[in-house]
Design a binder for this molecule. Structure first.
Ligand SMILES: Nc1ncnc2c1ncn2[C@@H]1O[C@H](COP(=O)(O)OP(=O)(O)OP(=O)(O)O)[C@@H](O)[C@H]1O
Length: 619
């Protein structure tokens, strides 16, 4: 039944909106919410006037009426009225808010939440009325910049609050100076408790499309733009947004100022550009900010690392020597210190040598597998390896923990029975992000916006892919998750892997196809749908030649030119011979035919042997 939800008594300072929808359904939601701890009766809220309008909704100054038989109070509050969401999703958002509301209780550095309500058919978060935001303060300053001391002080208390929410599994995904509130004592509080996170997967009323972007473009991390394809979003997604906010406070302008949303997307996601940071910062702050803008979120610092860096500057007790030692120990492997500091090894752990970043080749592993039997002050571990008498001494940063046969970074496949049980649409193949000693795991899968949580017993190893390898869809797959390029003859083309995202999805380029104008030259692939193509596993001479063509579109014209040249040469050779030795009937004709082997065959044969091909085309 379509109907109108009656608004609470209003001052008339804002336009009245009719809410067309299933009022019965909404009443059920409201009735159920009455029992929740965070629910506020809309009749007790009186909206006064709108003070802000953001991507996720409008901000109103309002009065909250609270009374008992002994008292009657009116509080000034802020009501954040969310953009309309599909009614079926009300319950989901209210439940998620209830969960976050409970987790926020007693956490420092987070704004004081009063609760949630529904006004004019829209979900409203009610919170304390603060003096304003850091964004407002910056707008009042000449040049818009804050002093380094203020930035570190605000940043520290905000990072502590965010870190505590992170430890409870809450992501914010919308960190920016306009969402950092200041109280009368100039203390900073986080004013957004993760609205994009609460709205993940929530649909808008008029369509079945997602109602919101996943953040504010200028502050969004690369994986935040399409988390189910290039994600997932994780704790370190907030490190990017936090880094952008710190840079804005220091420079007086947000990153990517003056650029459209599409231009920001192009810079951050495609070109992998990073926001610029001001010069002359104390080394720990500069270092941690640079880390915040790593493309792969696993290489970014966590909030605890940011807190440590800020504290060390405020207390004046930082040393660059420690960082140099870390860089020296693990430098050639290509990982950042933030990546390496995410796991701490202890005696008794099973370990193996760490592979180089972006490589799935084990190479010559110093420790194929061993157990840590001792540690020293310099960060080295003594590892007992099967078949070697004395324990081997290795720096711990060069080792990775193997628990239940798996290490973070492994490519894994969800067992079929778990896939069937979950009835999910995500890819069965993903990347293991963490594994605890008790076997609990987090995995990034294509099709999931956040990390999947489960147990190692649900997983098995899957084939890992790395940058530079050639792949094409497995035979027999009728419909692929993503678009894929085809050759001129209609067959699937073979592509080269440009990047492996943290959820295992592959960014593939087709160097063998000549793309024109606006044609897309890169495609995303689901690792569970492709197979490796190499010169050795291509059966037959024709397939081998085709693989040669996949290296660069120029190979084909070069081959044609070469074939023509070879044909002309061969023709003049035959003509020359025929002038000297006239044909003698059928027998000699067959002989001549057999000499005319397919030119392609001759060319490919030649490709295997002599060094006439450019270096990069040789096998
Ligand atoms: N609790 C509050 N107390 C005082 N002022 C507030 C409060 N919450 C928000 N504001 C004011 O409202 C402004 C806009 O806030 P809002 O969070 O809606 O905007 P936004 O950050 O631009 O958008 P969004 O969060 O939707 O992306 C803030 O800059 C601040 O001035």
């Amino acid at each position: 039944m379509a109907g109108k939800v009656v608004a609470p008594e209003s001052s008339g300072a804002f336009e009245y909106e009719l809410f067309e929808g299933d009022a019965d359904n909404l009443r059920t939601v409201v009735a159920a919410s009455n029992h929740s701890t965070s629910w506020i009766d809309p009749a007790t809220l009186k909206l006064r006037h709108r003070i802000g309008r953001g991507l996720f909704g409008d901000v109103y100054l309002a009065t909250r009426h609270q009374s008992d038989k002994d008292y009657e109070q009116f509080h000034e509050v802020i009501v954040k009225m969310l953009r309309p969401v599909k009614e079926d999703c009300f319950r989901t958002v209210l439940d998620r808010f209830d969960n976050v509301f409970a987790k926020c209780q007693g956490v420092g550095g987070i704004c004081l939440l009063h609760g949630v309500s529904i006004i004019r058919g829209r979900i409203c978060f009610v919170m304390k009325f603060y003096e304003g935001s850091i964004g407002d303060k910056m707008a009042r300053l000449k040049g818009g910049k804050l002093s380094l001391t203020d930035v570190l002080r605000y940043g520290l208390s905000l990072a502590e609050g965010i870190s505590e929410l992170h430890s409870k599994g809450v992501l914010i995904l919308n960190l920016k100076p306009c969402n950092f509130l200041l109280d009368e004592n100039d203390q900073a509080f986080l004013g957004d408790i993760g609205i994009p996170f609460l709205l993940l997967g929530v649909l808008s009323p008029s369509s079945d499309t997602m109602t919101h972007t996943l953040g504010t473009p200028s502050y969004m991390a690369p994986e935040q733009w399409q988390p189910e394809i290039m994600g997932p979003v994780s704790l370190e997604t907030d490190s990017w947004g936090f880094g952008c906010s710190i840079v804005e406070m220091l420079m007086g302008r947000p990153p990517w100022l003056g650029m459209s949303v599409d231009e920001i997307n192009n810079s951050v996601v495609r070109k992998q550009e990073k926001p610029g940071i001001p010069s002359g910062l104390p080394p720990p702050v500069e270092n941690v900010l640079l880390g915040c803008f790593e493309y792969d979120f696993r290489s970014r610092p966590l909030m605890k690392d940011i807190i440590q860096a800020f504290k060390s500057v405020l207390n004046g007790d930082y040393s660059v020597a420690r960082r140099r030692a870390i860089e020296d120990a693990a430098g050639d492997l290509g990982y950042t210190e933030w990546f390496l500091s995410k796991d701490h090894l202890i005696v008794g752990d099973t370990v193996r040598s760490r592979k180089a970043l972006n490589s799935c080749r084990a190479g010559n592993m110093e420790i194929p597998e061993g157990v840590i039997v001792g540690q020293d002050q310099n960060g080295s571990a003594l590892v007992r390896v099967h078949g070697i008498h004395d324990p081997v001494r290795v720096h711990m940063l060069r080792l990775e923990r193997v628990s239940h046969g798996l290490a973070s970074g492994d490519c894994v496949r969800l067992k079929e029975e778990v896939m069937d049980k979950e009835k999910t649409k995500h890819s069965p193949v993903g990347i293991l992000h963490s594994i605890d000693r008790d076997g609990s795991v987090t995995v990034g899968f294509i099709g999931m916006e956040t990390l999947w949580k489960g147990n190692s017993s649900h997983l098995q190893m899957a084939e890992a892919y790395s940058v530079g390898q050639f792949v094409r869809p497995k035979p027999g797959i009728l419909s692929l998750r993503f678009q894929w390029a085809r050759r001129r003859d209609g067959e699937w083309a073979t592509g080269r892997i440009l990047r492996v995202y943290p959820n295992g999805s592959l960014l593939v380029k087709f160097p063998g196809l000549l793309m024109f104008g606006a044609e897309e030259d890169t495609f995303v692939a689901d690792p569970s749908e492709v197979e490796l193509v190499s010169f050795h596993n291509s059966p037959g001479i024709v397939k081998k030649y085709r693989h040669l063509e996949d290296f660069h579109w120029v190979v084909r014209p070069a081959m044609i030119a070469l074939s023509l040249f070879a044909t002309i040469k061969f023709g003049s050779f035959v003509l020359g011979r025929s002038k000297r030795r006239p044909p003698h009937g059928k027998e000699s004709q067959t002989e001549a035919q057999s000499q005319q082997r397919p030119v392609i065959e001759a060319v490919v044969e030649a490709a295997n042997g002599p060094g006439w091909l450019p270096r990069q085309l040789r096998f």
